[in-house]
Design a protein around this ligand. Structure first.
Ligand SMILES: Nc1ncnc2c1ncn2[C@@H]1O[C@H](COP(=O)(O)OP(=O)(O)O)[C@@H](O)[C@H]1O
Ligand SMILES: [Mg+2]
Length: 288
């Protein structure tokens, strides 16, 4: 096919040999299937920053570190130079997250770098080598749903242990290949320790995928994995090997009424004795 202009520089630099076909055109990116040597890969072209909502970007980028202060100031001012910088930070966030997550044993497409606003990555495929379906296009048995849900929840745990929260996890941003779920679409991943919205985002991420798997295994709908994960994280007790129950501790032990009554009685008796002692003291030893 005719090479899209945004991919032209990568073709010229020899990073891409052939553009095969367009895969998807989303809100924030256009995705093409490309050939790099003997490998079939995926090229994600980010749309211009001005097409995105900057209000949304502001919640997501909170806490993201920008070391160069000229850059930081420009971004705050929102100047056109600033916008360009902001866009680069946004794009690098996805490639950074992919490298960090691959290193943390979370299944994501293998990244091959980000050049001129184009992310090159592994194409996730099915047994036949066709593009893998999204989780939202897949139906499954209850058993499979429980198994894949557990895998995905473990990926959320591994991500958090690596300091990241996806922030837009759902059945649309998970692909399913023969080995299981693969997480995609990470430009908005947030730094868990520095972002005030991290807990809310993690709870929403877990709730969304749980609701989807819950269509096939309804017992999942009573679980509280998100809350449990965040609690362990805050207590410093989260690790990828940690066994989760999906239940959070609620204080529902029946109140022990008898022992409360005994304590009240004892307190009353003590008070009575105190008052008697005071009366005696007031009256004095030789009052009669
Ligand atoms: N590495 C990949 N392998 C296979 N398909 C992909 C890959 N990355 C993206 N896609 C397809 O392209 C769609 C859009 O990609 P995504 O990264 O979610 O961008 P957007 O911001 O547009 O949602 C995905 O839902 C998926 O179907
Ligand atoms: Mg997406």
């Amino acid at each position: 096919m005719k090479v899209p202009s945004r991919l032209q520089p990568l073709v010229e630099d020899g990073l891409i040999d052939d553009v095969l076909y367009p895969l998807m055109s989303g809100k924030e990116a256009d995705i093409f299937v490309v050939r790099c040597g003997r490998d079939i890969r995926c090229a994600k072209i980010y749309k211009e920053a001005y097409k995105r909502s900057f209000k949304k970007a502001a919640t997501y980028t909170e806490g993201r570190k920008v070391r160069n202060s000229r850059r930081a100031r420009a971004m705050e001012r929102g100047s056109s130079y600033g916008r360009k910088q902001q866009e680069e930070v946004w794009q690098n966030a996805e490639v950074d997250a992919l490298y960090r997550l691959a290193a943390a044993d979370v299944r994501v497409p293998q990244p091959y770098g980000c050049f001129d606003g184009v992310l090159l990555m592994e194409l996730i495929t099915d047994e036949e080598g066709d593009v893998a379906p999204r989780l939202g296009d897949v139906t499954m048995s209850a058993e499979q749903a429980l198994e894949d849900h557990a895998v995905l929840v473990n990926y959320v745990v591994r991500m958090l242990c690596a300091g990241l929260v996806h922030g837009d996890l759902s059945e649309f941003n998970v692909l399913v290949d023969p080995q299981g779920p693969v997480i995609i679409d990470l430009p908005q991943a947030v730094d868990a320790a520095a972002n005030n919205n991290a807990r809310a985002m993690l709870l929403r991420d877990v709730r969304k995928v749980t609701e989807y798997y819950g269509l096939f295994a309804p017992e999942l709908l009573d679980s509280h994995y998100g809350e449990e994960i965040w609690e362990l994280y805050e207590e410093g007790e989260l690790s990828p090997e940690r066994v989760l129950t999906g239940q959070i501790e609620q204080d529902d032990t029946p109140a022990d009424v008898d022992s409360v009554m005994l304590e009240i009685k004892a307190a009353l008796e003590e008070e009575q004795e105190r008052q008697e002692r005071m009366r005696e003291a007031e009256l004095g030893p030789d009052a009669d």
